[in-house]
Design a protein around this ligand. Sequence first.
Ligand code: UDX
Length: 438
Amino acid sequence: MRVAMIGTGYVGLVSGACFSNFGHHVVCVDKDGDKIERLKKGDIPIFEPGLNRLVADNVASGRLSFTTDLTSAVPDAEAVFIAVGTPSRRGDGFADLSYVYDAASEIADSLKSYTVVITKSTVPVGTSNKVEQIIRQRQPGAEFDVASNPEFLREGSAIEDFQRPDRIVVGADTDRARNVLRALYRPLFLNDKTPFVFTSRETSELIKYASNAFLAMKITFINEMADLCEKSGADIQDVSRGIGLDGRIGSKFLNAGPGYGGSCFPKDTLALVRLAAEFGAPSRLIESVVDVNDNRKKRMAEKIIDAFGGVKDKTVAILGVTFKPNTDDMRDSPSLDIIPALQAAGAIIRAFDPEGMVEAGKMLPGVVWAKNTFEAVSKADGVVILTEWNEFRALDFTLLKSLLRRALLVDLRNIYNPRDMVEAGFEYHSVGRSSVKP
Ligand code: UDX
């Protein structure tokens, strides 16, 4: 099948590469000429494990190509995906749909024979209807359907998520459109018996927001329980396990931490709040989730300052600044709240992140960037783990202790066991567990 993917951001690029790997012929389109030139040379602008290789293999096989020229990609395509950004609109938090609507207009001008136009971008309920209107107005005679097919890709494991999804959600009004989507995802259907949820476009659009809001709520719930554990002497790791083993609750997304960040949860929870209010069905729950999470990120700096006994003129070593491991993405990362607050309290920040430092360097002025963990911690007054990269999970404590001025570790991802830390001679503060001293 011939596919055009409009937008080579995170979702467009991963989806385009994965569809070509399924055997389809995919042309990825982007207005950004520099980006397309880089992609043509095999230079992948984002860090995503496995993506370099997947793109290179499929470009070599002739199934994946890149262009800035939408008018050359769309006419031959049987399926055109809109995978452009839907950022939070400044000021009100509504999803900004201008890129989606611009793409719809341009697609309309290039349609030739029957095409399914599919919104993959995360869009508010009713957007696919609007996309259909735009196309129909611009080209009344065009033969097309509009479908919704949200993505559920996690950064850092996006390729695995695409190739082994929990489900595929398709919102479409005609059999013809549904069949095109079935054909696109045929390898999944045949091999894995992946469940398909065929539904209306509005429902499909809402499923995406509801999924992300539910997961954000789960994280926020466990974070509040962590606060209660700290006050009451209970242990959040055991609480998570104890409730997660209940099949109705499930154990995933119950890791307490510094608050959720990233390109989706903060933006999508806010958009759902606005959307729900606009439809006259306000979501008090998700409003609270947004609020609690925002405050949490801010409060984490105080937790660190308390652990250090004040940070004025002290060197704080920070390990990990991205919003999660295996990505270079800094969007809404808790580090963006925590580090400036520590600096404002007088701390000197020395930080290391395996992939995020180029991006973070632009957003976090005044930070001294270290080449590795040990350079970051050398003569520091304590270490803070903000992101649970694998390489921070098995630190050499003897070496670490010899390099630090004070054996103090604040672990906001609970990757260590308090007992082991005491044995290693560390003062150890984590989330939702009692602090310990040797
Ligand atoms: C998310 C969704 O998982 C994905 O389905 C959607 O399409 C895009 O948004 P992503 O933003 O890549 O994916 O990361 P995810 O792994 O979901 O983590 C989001 C945030 O929640 C991170 O800041 C992470 O650290 C935090 N988190 C996650 C927790 O604090 N605790 C958890 O138990 C899980």
